[in-house]
Design a protein around this ligand. Structure first.
Ligand code: SAM
Length: 234
């Protein structure tokens, strides 16, 4: 299957195993991952965020229940919300989720904004788990095209070592652990050398940090910086 489908399937397999109740997809674009996740009954709140509101609006009405959905008894507890907003900004409605996904998003940010992303996602939203995917630049020489980034809007593409160094720093700073994997296999015999086409970090909150409790304390001012574009209850 095409790579974008493999990335989404990776998230779906994670959801099947871990059964998160509250899931947010950052950089949800035209909501294609959300469209697949809405069929997973354990999810009670499904949220999408993208800086590009026009992109969200293109297909958001496809998230509305179809008449047949109401025949499925356990659908009565799903709520979907879509926001226009930037992952570099905090919004109190995004705190305390079970899973945050960031699929092919960070490479569209400047490195300064990646720092903000880390603070917002791991330091402020403090979800139980985070899945981050980004291109692995070591794989690029296998593409039959000139050298350069895979997409003109990419601000960087990281090697496995660069991704790992960012991820481990995030873990130390915010109290997470991370496992590295990916999707998109290299041809036989080259996997070790170049790694996966898309590299993926699966982060899990270690818990017990004082920092986290402080953020949820009453003294913290709630910030609402995102604009709600769409919401629906099943
Ligand atoms: N995640 C989608 C998927 O898996 O099919 C597509 C990701 S697309 C390559 C990158 C998306 O990130 C775009 O929709 C873009 O608008 C969004 N984006 C870029 N910068 C952002 C930011 N600061 N905050 C939120 N979304 C952002």
């Amino acid at each position: 299957p095409p790579l974008h489908r493999q990335r989404h399937q990776f998230v779906i397999d994670f959801v099947k195993r871990n059964k998160p109740k509250k899931v947010v997809d950052l950089g949800c674009s035209e909501c294609s991952l959300l469209q697949k996740l809405k069929f997973h009954r354990e999810i009670e709140l499904l949220v999408g965020v993208d800086i590009d509101g026009a992109n969200i609006k293109k297909k958001m009405h496809g998230l509305a229940p179809m008449s047949t959905d109401y025949l499925q008894p356990s659908y009565d507890q799903l709520r979907i919300e879509l926001y226009q907003g930037s992952v570099t900004q905090e919004d109190a409605r995004l705190r305390g989720f079970d899973l945050v996904t960031s699929i092919e998003l960070i490479e569209h940010l400047t490195l300064a904004d990646v720092e903000r992303f880390s603070e917002v996602v791991f330091g402020y939203m403090t979800p139980v788990a985070v899945i981050v995917s980004t291109p692995n630049s070591e794989f690029n020489p296998l593409f039959p095209r000139p050298a350069g980034f895979r997409h003109s809007d990419h601000k960087f593409e990281w090697t496995r070592a660069e991704f790992k160094s960012w991820a481990l720093k995030v873990c130390l700073e915010y109290g997470y652990e991370v496992e590295f994997t990916g999707v998109g296999q290299a041809p036989r015999g080259q996997q070790e050398r170049v790694g996966f086409c898309s590299q993926i970090g699966v982060f899990r909150w270690l818990g017990g940090r004082q920092h986290c409790n402080m953020l949820f304390g009453d003294d913290a001012e709630d910030v609402f910086s995102y604009t709600l574009l769409y919401s629906i209850n099943y």
